[in-house]
Design a protein around this ligand. Structure first.
Ligand code: AMP
Ligand code: ZN
Length: 480
């Protein structure tokens, strides 16, 4: 355990616009909701910035000793092309393009999404609710909003009346008068106010549609989906809600209005938003050809974990620029830390690391304090990582004691609980004794000047993932 509570976790709240000391509603338990992917296309690396952040947040909360209940939705209907009430449903547009059923797209893209999450070392959330499985909950919530006078129905369409909720605009800093002035061009005559947003839409041509009390063929608005699903799995008032920065408005602003109005109380205590991942200093986009997938990265020799590491080298509230050079740098840095772990394992072991008591006052203890303080300060991952590299350099100079080796291994393994960047260790086919025996045989072959045999033995070791280093003190080995 990293003893975070001693360090006090501070997290930035988009709503209050400041860092706040974190305090869950229920002692010891954190409930959080993340806006997940719209499953019309395989998520791109930008989307994964938001999802890896959600994983990081969970891991930090868990090592701080909290029980975390984590929900990430899958949007499989109702997300229109302009994020508000205009344009075609993203899923249906894609289905038309591919000339398939929208449900086939949902199945294909969801499978790709879960495979990507696994490759990225993301721990599965406790629930992945799909919007289309929660139509009933949405209808109930909309009925409540109608009863309470926060919504109105025009034909089969239902809109939220933003003037009925005095705090509309507080999260995003938007003002109703400015929003309404800006909306004049695209005025929808059904709306009482241009900033009102759709809770339920009716369209006989829509492929994914439901017969409800509102009429024979309707489908939900994107915002109501998250409000209804969050309530089902986390309750009316919960701790943390996250998304990318584009979710602040209109999506999260509308969620707050609906949920607070329906349940007459507070909704979410802490709103956290990830800044966008950019590519080559600009926006990512399908039409620009730079909305890379994890497969595009793999085709250039970069693993999902290399990409995870690139993400964690940036702070989630700073824009992050993806370039192939930055990817190369992340790959090398990750490899260096991975090698260091393996070298440490060659000179100390996990048992010794577990026994470390952190009271020696060594440079490693200091680095651990810096590491923890950086994470506790609004998840400052670049600063936390920066505390590790000088230790690796010191280790490579070769003057460390056994106690220092054990402390460094302990710190690195703890860091990996949060960052999850180290390669899973392949279970080598050779035991330690077998490795030692092969190394001894290679030494004898060299003494006998039988270099062919010595090389063959080295190759055999290498094939089993064993790396040899000839040093002044003899041969050292570690597992790759
Ligand atoms: P979507 O599939 O469009 O619903 O987006 C899923 C999540 O990815 C949302 O939380 C978005 O805010 C987030 N997102 C989209 N593009 C980016 C990007 N370039 N960088 C970071 N997050 C993004
Ligand atoms: Zn959402």
């Amino acid at each position: 355990m990293l003893e975070f509570r001693a360090v006090d976790l501070h997290l930035y709240n988009t709503y209050s616009r400041k860092k706040e000391a974190f305090q869950p509603i229920e002692d010891g338990v954190v409930r959080m909701y993340h806006c997940g992917p719209t499953v019309y296309q395989r998520p791109h690396i930008g989307n994964y910035r938001a999802f890896v952040f959600a994983d990081l947040l969970r891991r930090v909360l868990e090592i701080a000793g909290y029980e975390v209940i984590q929900v990430m939705n899958l949007t499989d209907v109702g997300h229109l092309q302009d994020d508000a009430d205009q344009g075609e449903d993203k899923l249906e547009a894609q289905a038309r393009k591919e000339q398939v059923d929208p449900w086939q797209i949902v199945a294909k893209v969801s499978a790709q999404f879960f495979a990507d999450l696994e490759a990225l070392g993301v721990q599965p959330a406790h629930h992945y609710p799909r919007a289309t499985d929660h139509i009933e909950e949405m209808v109930e919530m909309i009925q409540l909003l109608l009863e309470k006078g926060h919504a109105y129905q025009v034909g089969e369409n239902i809109y939220f009346d933003v003037h009925s909720f005095p705090h509309y605009g507080k999260l995003s800093g938007n003002r109703l008068d400015e929003l309404e002035a800006g909306a004049r061009l695209a005025i929808n005559p059904e709306k009482k106010h241009p900033a009102d947003f759709a809770l339920w839409k009716s369209d006989a041509k829509h492929l994914m549609k439901w017969e409800t009390v509102f009429g024979p063929h309707g489908y939900p608005g994107w915002h109501i989906e998250c409000s209804a699903m969050a309530r089902k799995y986390l309750g009316e008032h919960f701790d943390i809600h996250t998304g990318g920065e584009d979710n602040v408005f209109p999506h999260h602003e509308c969620e707050i209005a609906q949920s607070c109005s329906a349940w007459d109380g507070p909704f979410v205590n802490l709103w956290m938003h990830t800044k966008f991942l950019q590519v080559d200093g600009g926006k990512m986009g399908k039409s620009l050809g730079n909305a890379y997938s994890l497969d595009d990265l793999a085709a250039r020799g970069f693993s999902a974990l290399d990409f995870r590491f690139l993400l964690l080298r940036g702070h989630y509230r700073s824009p992050l620029n993806f370039t192939w050079e930055a990817m190369q740098g992340a790959q090398e840095a990750r490899k260096n830390l991975n090698d260091w772990r393996n070298r440490l394992l060659a000179v100390t072991d996990e048992k010794q690391a577990q026994a470390v008591d952190w009271r020696s006052g060594s440079a490693i203890c200091q680095a651990r304090k810096t590491f923890l303080a950086a994470l506790a300060d609004d998840l400052n991952t670049p600063e936390a990582l920066a505390a590790l590299f000088p230790l690796r350099n010191a280790f490579l100079q070769g003057h460390w004691s056994g106690a220092e080796n054990a402390e460094a291994l302990a710190l690195l393994l703890q860091a990996n609980q949060v960052f999850a960047f180290l390669q899973q260790q392949e279970s080598s086919t050779l035991s330690d004794e077998e490795v030692e025996a092969l190394i001894a045989a290679r030494g004898e072959a060299r003494l006998a000047k039988d270099f062919a045999r010595a090389d063959a033995l080295r190759d055999e070791l290498s094939a089993a993932g064993i790396i040899l280093e000839d040093t002044a003190e003899g041969v050292q080995w570690f597992r790759s």
